[in-house]
Each structure stands twice: as structure tokens, then as C-alpha cells.
Design a protein around this ligand. Structure first.
Ligand code: GLA
Length: 437
């Protein structure tokens, strides 16, 4: 497998520039150089590269659109994880037809390990939780036509050892990178979540180096493995992770509350410059179905993740999910925005006391528009074709949550109001529109 980016990619030269620059940063980190600065714009031309750092092949092809699937963490966290939970999730994905909509990865998060490595240094699945072993579980998932994912950490500890008092020693991959990567291949893993867990403090690691190290080990395997990294956005990964990983977390952990979801959305407004096919900002996994989220909040959560071209990883019990949550997760128009081949993440064009307008350019010239109300009161939110950078109309309008077509706008453009889109939006809700010619 090769994770490095193919050059030239005309449409994504900007990202290729970041990728090349990031590889140079990786190379210079060991000599004490500082990493890239936080909010600088990507270089407009790729930095020069040596033959060993030139991105050469198919990163884009493996995660050409944001990965979709299910991950155990938001559903069961640490102590309720076992093979039955994972099998049930795989069964439910297929039973609900979510696989046909693109949800394909079934990912086992932290707390799958025995507390100690075996004598040969290999990680072992927890015998009580995974009595049949991980190979058998991966086979089960594959037999359903789905793909299998697993969690590792670059330091010597996983996050559950740090935060959930999960017993164990040396469960991180530090010093075992090759062995653990080969284990992924032998199990039949298709997706790795590689989670930082303060590896700088525990082991003195540098994120760019540690994540690139595992990328190199994955490349050796010649098995396509989606590489998802996580350091919670602490070191501005959007500036260096393209070319290292397919997706990188941009935030600390999401909670099943509107406060957490809305906080994350607000922190994403500038990240659109950095993501694209094969390289995605990851504002963390979905919490729909968990906590006390209302139907409006559920739709706003999924809809904004789609606007952000975010990976869509379900984290709830699909055997118990409510019809409205399932319907929201299954909305084909919203998924089509998330999975749009252009891979252009939305930008925010206005923010007025929590009333927000976001626009995402789609392949073929369509636009996805979000009118998001993150306030506690119903609010009228308006935008114009000019504000959306859209040419004059007419534009057809489809409401993606009600799945209904609305009156076109911009046909005449004789009155200023001809270009206005205005809706009353309930609290903690979004109106999501697709504009097309
Ligand atoms: C961190 C990650 C979570 C999850 C846990 C597992 O908190 O951000 O997504 O993987 O670790 O311990």
C-alpha cells in the first residue's frame, strides 16, 4: 500500500504542496526544527522534494471520499466492548441497508487488548471480550461485505489506560510499530485508528514523526489500509497531515450534547483550505442516537458533518436506534453532499450571533448551503447569491432534509430580493439546501 500522494494532481496542487511541505517537516523534526505554524495558508507551489519524499501513488484512491462506517467508542466506550457488540453492529448496518449508502468500515476502538503483550511482543485480543479472536471477527465483518478497522496508539499507552483505568502495560505501539502493523495485515485490517494519547509526555514522541513512522510501516504491508490519525487538533495537523494520513482529528473528543457539537462546528470554519480527496479533516465521530439530542440537533449534526466533508462514523447502537435517527443517517441527499467527489469542504460566509451560513461547492457547479441556527431561539437566517459567490440564476433549490424541491431563485435578478434565500430556522437546527442550475 502507498499512502503518499500522487503528483501531479492538478486539481489538488494546493494539497500536494502541503503534503510535500509536511514530508520535509517530518524530515527536519529530528534535527530540532519546529513544525509548521498554525494558521498559515498552504504554500501555493509544492516545496521541492527528494526522490525519497516525492509522493508517488494512490492515497487519493483509497479514501477518495470521506470514510463512512461505525466505531465502537461512542456506543460502548471501554468496558462494554466485546465481539458480540461488533458483530451486531455489522449485522445492523447490513439489515438497515446502511452499507448500500456507503457505511462500510466497522472499527473496533480502544479496550480490545489483553493487559500484557505476549512473550514475542505481540498484542493479544482480550480473551474475555474477544474469545474468538480478531481474525475471526474480521472474517465475520468481511463476509458481510464490510471492512474491518482497529485501534492502536503510537506511544506506550493507549488513551483508555490513561483515562479509563484500563489495566495493562505497553499496549501502545511504541517500539513495536512494525510488529503491530504486520498484525493488522495478518488479521485483515482495512482501517487503522492511530490515537496519540499524550505520546509526547509518555514517550517523548513528535506527532509528525510518529504518525509518519506508522505510515511507512503500513506502506510496507502492501495492503490498502485507511489511516486515521488523532492528536485532537493540538498541533494543527491540517497543516502537515495531508500526505501522512487519510484523515486527522481536528478537535478534542465529541460529547453527545448540542454544546459539544456546536463548539466543534464553530472551530472548523477555517479548515476548508486543507482537506480534499484522500486527506480529510475529522471533527470526530457522530454522536447521533446518544444522549438527549433532539431530532433537529441530530439533523444539524449529520448535515454539518456532511458540509464539512467529514468522515461519517456512526457510534450508536443500531439495534436500538430510533426511526428518526436512522432516517437522518440514511438521507441519500445529505450523504451525497458528504461524499461529493470534488471533496471541497464548506466555508462559513456569515456568522451573526449563532445564525450561520455555510456554503460547499459541489462537483458540476452545484452548491450545498447550510442555514444553521446554533442559538436557543428560532431565528430568521438569510443569505444571497452574491454572498454565496454564486452566479446569477436561475438556481433550482432542493431542501435536503425535507427532500422537497422549492421555488427556483435568481431568474430575474431585477430586484435585490430576487437573489435572497431566507428561512426561519428552529433552535439548534439547520436548513440544508442544494442549489443547482
Ligand atoms: C481518545 C479518542 C477517542 C477514543 C478513546 C479511546 O479519547 O479521542 O475517540 O478512541 O481515546 O480510549
Amino acid at each position: 500500500m502507498t499512502l503518499r500522494r500522487k503528483l501531479p494532481i492538478t486539481r489538488h496542487q494546493l494539497l500536494a504542496g502541503i503534503a510535500s511541505a509536511s514530508l520535509l517537516v517530518v524530515a527536519s523534526c529530528g534535527s530540532g526544527s519546529k513544525s509548521t505554524s498554525s494558521t498559515t495558508k498552504a504554500p501555493s507551489t509544492p516545496a521541492s522534494t527528494s526522490s525519497t519524499t516525492v509522493p508517488v501513488a494512490s492515497m487519493d484512491e483509497l479514501a477518495a471520499t470521506p470514510p463512512m462506517g461505525w466505531n465502537s467508542w461512542n456506543q460502548v466506550r471501554c468496558y462494554d466492548l466485546n465481539e458480540d457488540v461488533v458483530k451486531s453492529a455489522a449485522d445492523a448496518i447490513v439489515r438497515h441497508g446502511l452499507d448500500k449508502l456507503g457505511y462500510s468500515y466497522v472499527v473496533v476502538d480502544d479496550c480490545w487488548q489483553e493487559p500484557e503483550r505476549a512473550e514475542d511482543g505481540s498484542l493479544q485480543p482480550n480473551k474475555e471480550r474477544f474469545p474468538s479472536g480478531l481474525k475471526s471477527l474480521a472474517d465475520y465483518v468481511h463476509d458481510k461485505g464490510l471492512k474491518f478497522g482497529l485501534y492502536l496508539s503510537p506511544g506506550s499507552e493507549t488513551c483508555a489506560m490513561q483515562w479509563d483505568e484500563y489495566p495493562g502495560t505497553g499496549l501502545g505501539s511504541f517500539g513495536h510499530e512494525r510488529q503491530d502493523a504486520e498484525m493488522l495485515r495478518d488479521i485483515g485490517v482495512d482501517y487503522l485508528k492511530y490515537d496519540w494519547c499524550a505520546a509526547d509526555e509518555t514517550d517523548g514522541l513528535v506527532p509528525q514523526e510518529a504518525f509518519a513512522h506508522m505510515r511507512d510501516e503500513l506502506e510496507r504491508l502492501e495492503r490498502p489500509i485507511v489511516y486515521s490519525i488523532s492528536e485532537y487538533g493540538k498541533h494543527q495537523p491540517w497543516t502537515w497531515a495531508p500526505g501522512i494520513a487519510h484523515m486527522w482529528r481536528t478537535t478534542s473528543d465529541i460529547a453527545p450534547s448540542w454544546g459539544s457539537i456546536s463548539h466543534i462546528i464553530n472551530s472548523q470554519a477555517e479548515h476548508y483550505k486543507y482537506s480534499g480527496p484522500g486527506a480529510w479533516n475529522d471533527p470526530d465521530m457522530l454522536q447521533v442516537g446518544n444522549g438527549e439530542l433532539t431530532d433537529d440537533e441530530v439533523r444539524a449534526h449529520i448535515g454539518m458533518w456532511a458540509m464539512l466533508a467529514a468522515p461519517l462514523m456512526i457510534g450508536t447502537d443500531l439495534d436500538k436506534v430510533s426511526p428518526s435517527v436512522l432516517e437522518a443517517l440514511s438521507n441519500p441527499d445529505v450523504i451525497a453532499v458528504d461524499q461529493d467527489p470534488l471533496g471541497q469542504q464548506a466555508r462559513r460566509v456569515s456568522l451573526d450571533n449563532g445564525a450561520q451560513v455555510w456554503v460547499r461547492e459541489l462537483e458540476g457547479g452545484d452548491l450545498a448551503v447550510a442555514l444553521l441556527n446554533s442559538t436557543d431561539a428560532e431565528t430568521k437566517i438569510a443569505t444571497t447569491l452574491e454572498e454565496l459567490d454564486a452566479e446569477s440564476g436561475p438556481w433550482k433549490i432542493r431542501d435536503l432534509w425535507t427532500q422537497s424541491d422549492e421555488e427556483p431563485i435568481g431568474a430575474e435578478m431585477t430586484e435585490p430580493s430576487d437573489s435572497v434565500i431566507s428561512r426561519k430556522v428552529p433552535p439548534h437546527a439547520m436548513v440544508m439546501l442544494r442549489l443547482s442550475r
